[in-house]
Design a protein around this ligand. Sequence first.
Ligand code: DGY
Length: 321
Amino acid sequence: MDKPLVVVTRKIPEAGLVLLREKYELKVNTKDRALSADELKKIASGAHAILALLTDKINEELLAAAGHQLKVVANYAVGFDNIDLAAAKKHKVAITNTPGVLTEAVAEHTIALLMAVARRVVESDKFTRSGKYEGWEPELLLGHELKDKTIGILGLGRIGGRVAEIAARGFGMKIIYYDNGNRNKEMDASIGSESVSMRKVLTGADVISIHVPLLPSTKHLIGKQELESMKKNTILINTSRGPVIDEKALASALGKKTIAGAGIDVFEFEPQITKELLKLDNIVMTPHTASATIETRDAMAVLAAKNIIAVLEGRAPVTPV
Ligand code: DGY
């Protein structure tokens, strides 16, 4: 009997591919770029499983083109806003993601962005390289200290929770959070965090870190009005999804210095970036690499492969959406 066909839409670490290769016929996109919608339809045709990236649109058209034999789409990401879940349900295709294995990497990157903005690391590096450093100065490149400052976490899932823990235990920050009114009593007891209103996070925090999924209700969660309600010393960090922030409004707030700075890993129209942001010194940007550690990308590949194997062997997926 022919082996089931597993399609991988872009090369992922070998740790996952090896598991799939042992059992299935494997077709991996060999182009060093994301596939277009048409290319995706073509490669997916006849697949029993698709290992997809967050840049692939998994919609009605793609699922129909793949065919009735398709059983599972394993997203190589914790976020799944690239997938039309209703269409997947209609086509009886299981959807899985990669929660848990990227929590540390994304939380650490969030802190990396926060430190970079607070202590002006990128600006200082440029300054030093360009030969401007002429000797120690009392007020050269002053930044912001974190100890005793308040961090407001928007969205207290695994990643938001881990950022809160690092900020409290590592930097002695006070933690407030808004998660649709939900409280995490265990965390509150262990690090003294406090569930507050969204408004209180916006108006009371010195650092705001966003960890919500992209949903119709979270698109432009942070817009002009929200930015205007923040304190002048606020540093805004986003490692969730770009469209959660109105990027034009952010550029304007940073340009007018109505907030102090931003650390941004995800963009509203990525890979395009609102051009006003590129001219600003008070923003540090990374190209959606918050989960990009060797350990995590391997673990994501293994988990996605295990999800595919489970479904194709007739078992429940490990991490279903
Ligand atoms: C995710 O997993 O959703 C990240 O954005 C990429 O790792």
